[in-house]
Every structure is written in structure tokens, then in C-alpha cells.
Design a binder for this molecule. Structure first.
Ligand SMILES: Nc1ncnc2c1ncn2[C@@H]1O[C@H](COP(=O)(O)OP(=O)(O)O)[C@@H](O)[C@H]1O
Ligand SMILES: [Mg+2]
Length: 323
């Protein structure tokens, strides 16, 4: 079975084609803000301008007749962006007379991670721009055991980066600077039970920069603090749930320092640590295609009249009918 998946919940616009075993292709055309953060209207304008070309590129590599199913990111995300992608997916589905399936974006990060690693029943640390969650499966649902009380960690990193005059996305730039950090400056470490908060940490790190602390040391101190918070909560979930696998997913998961901290923590408690390759960490169409395939195989199909976007879609809302 060959599935086309389209992702476009926020900044990324991506199409992917997969079958049961392989990723056949991924085509990306991300929106990159000229200045400041992501503007929903500009991002959706970018998506609407770029999606015809993106889909043409896919169909120049895979013939439309070969495609058996169309999957799209139904939420959570920015309404205007979601609507562009849903409209394109409906159109392709109707035109090719192939079924449609709406996919939860967070579930897609988790399932593509499990698919591409050996993880079976992991505690998932999902870290992206808009989301920061600690997730594990209990029976036929994923449950969120901990999450950010304010902004997503990626968003926090991007805010700090912007304040220091760095371009969007800030993650890779902050990571590079932090590698040359020498001195740790104390920053607010906010873990409340299983939940986390990053906005005070971002403000405090911005103050360090305003007070002429070296950029490398700001980036270093920020990463050490934020990633230790994430590692602490992931470890507590492993202990509470008595699980022995951790899986890191989401755009921030590309960060080598975060991977390193989690790896060390897992090693210390005899747990296995998994992370998918970088091209699958950030938002991509292949994760939507693969999750759509799983869902369709287990009885899911979205009729066009039921395909309205869900900006507040939660991972707990989807019944998981597969192993
Ligand atoms: N190497 C990195 N280190 C830290 N953060 C990163 C790195 N690479 C990307 N990011 C961050 O990942 C976030 C994007 O995550 P992604 O899952 O692709 O998107 P979304 O939040 O829209 O779901 C951005 O905030 C970006 O700065
Ligand atoms: Mg994402």
C-alpha cells in the first residue's frame, strides 16, 4: 500500500510517500519568517502558494495511480495553515478517488519514531516548537503524563535566539553556540511534579544576554537548565510507569546535547534510549503518511464531510488500535 502524507501544521510544509516498510520520498518547502516568529497568516499564504509545486514534485516521482491513500495533518496547529493542507488533501482524494485519513500530528511524531527505531513501549519525550510532552501508552490510548505549562521548549529556544539577533529557527544556532560555552550561569529550573515551565527561564536567559554575558555562555546555561528539566521528568515517568525504553521525538530532538543527557540517564538506570534520524525529527510528510497507513489498516477513514481541521487536537483523543 502506498500512502501520500501532507504535513503543514505550522512553519513546515512537507509531503511524504511511504509504503509498509520504507520511506519512498520526502519533499520539504518550509516557511521561514523574514523577521520575528511565525506569523499564522504569512505561513498559510506560503503554504497556499507552495503546495501546488510541492505536490507536482511528488507526482513527478510517484505516479498518482500508484497512490492508495491520502493522509493529512488534521491538528493540532495553526488554523489557517491546517486549512490549506486539508483543502489540498480533500482535493487530491476526490480527484484520484482514493480514501482520506486525518492524522494527529503528535501521534505521527510518536509512531514514526517507533517505526524507525526498535522502541516497543517507550516513554516518549516529544519536544518541538509548540509542544513539550512526556507521553506513554496505557492500553488503547496514549496518555500525556507531563507537559509544559506555558510555551513549548522549541518556542523558548527560538525566542532566546531572536533576542540575541539570531535567525529563525534558533535551535541549531543555539546548539552551536552552546558547544563553546565555558561558564554556567544559574537560571530558573522549573519542574512542578511532572510538568514544566519555560517562559521564566527564557526571560532570565535574555537578561543574561542584556547584561553582557557571552552569547556562548547564555546558550550553554540555557541548554543545560532546560534539558536537565526535560531529562528529570522523563526519568520520573520511566520510574513511575516501570518502563525501560525512552524515545526522543520532535524538532528539538535533533539536539545532540539533549540526546546525550537522555542517553546517560537511560544508561544509569538500564533503560534503552532511542531517537529516529534527524530528517524524521522535525515535521515531515512521511510521519503523516506512515501514521495514516497504520490508521487506515485499522479501520480509520475520514469522510470529506468529517475532515474539518482540529487546531486543539490532543493525542489522547485517538484510539490506538494497533500494537
Ligand atoms: N538542533 C536543534 N536543537 C534545538 N532545537 C532545535 C534543533 N533543530 C531544530 N530545533 C527546533 O525545533 C523546533 C521545530 O520543531 P518541529 O517539530 O519541526 O516543528 P513544530 O513545532 O512546528 O511541530 C524549532 O523550535 C527549532 O528551533
Ligand atoms: Mg512537530
Amino acid at each position: 500500500m502506498i500512502v501520500l502524507g501532507i504535513e503543514g501544521t505550522a512553519w513546515s510544509l512537507s509531503a511524504g510517500v511511504v509504503d509498509e516498510n520504507n520511506i519512498i520520498l520526502i519533499e520539504n518547502n518550509p516557511y521561514i519568517p523574514r523577521e520575528g516568529g511565525i506569523h499564522p497568516r504569512e505561513a498559510s499564504q506560503h503554504h497556499s502558494d507552495s503546495i501546488p509545486d510541492l505536490i507536482s514534485k511528488v507526482f513527478s516521482n510517484v505516479s498518482p495511480e500508484e497512490v492508495d491513500l491520502i493522509a493529512f495533518s488534521q491538528g493540532p496547529g495553526m488554523g489557517p495553515c491546517l486549512r490549506i493542507v486539508a483543502t489540498a488533501a480533500r482535493l487530491i482524494s476526490l480527484k484520484l478517488k482514493k480514501p482520506l485519513v486525518g492524522v494527529n500530528h503528535c501521534l505521527a511524531h510518536v509512531e514514526v519514531g517507533r517505526w524507525r527505531t526498535q522502541a516497543e513501549n517507550p516513554v516518549v519525550l516529544y519536544v518541538s516548537g509548540g509542544n513539550t510532552q512526556i507521553i506513554a501508552r496505557r492500553g488503547n490510548y496514549y496518555r500525556v503524563f507531563g507537559e509544559t505549562l506555558d510555551i513549548g521548549i522549541g518556542n523558548g529556544i527560538d525566542k532566546l535566539a531572536r533576542h540575541m539577533g539570531l535567525k529563525h529557527p534558533g535551535g541549531p544556532r543555539i546548539e552551536k553556540l552552546a558547544e563553546s560555552g565555558r561558564e554556567y550561569h544559574e537560571l530558573p529550573y522549573v519542574v512542578k511534579g511532572m510538568d514544566l515551565s519555560f517562559s521564566g527561564l527564557v526571560t532570565a536567559a535574555q537578561r543574561l544576554y542584556d547584561n553582557k554575558v557571552r552569547m556562548e555562555d547564555v546558550a550553554f546555561s540555557f541548554q543545560e537548565t532546560a534539558f536537565a528539566m526535560l531529562t528529570e521528568v522523563t526519568e520520573r515517568a520511566l520510574a513511575y510507569l516501570n518502563l525501560d525504553e525512552a524515545l526522543l521525538v520532535g524538532g528539538v530532538g535533533a539536539n545532540k546535547r539533549l540526546q546525550g543527557m537522555l542517553r546517560t540517564m537511560c544508561k544509569d538506570r538500564n533503560a534503552k534510549f532511542f531517537c529516529p534520524p534527524n530528517e524524521l525529527m522535525g515535521d515531515n510528510g512521511a510521519m503523516i503518511a506512515y501514521t495514516g497507513l497504520l490508521m487506515y489498516r485499522h479501520g480509520y477513514e475520514t469522510r470529506v464531510e468529517d475532515s474539518a481541521v482540529k487546531p486543539d487536537f490532543r493525542i489522547e483523543d485517538v484510539e490506538v488500535r494497533w500494537d
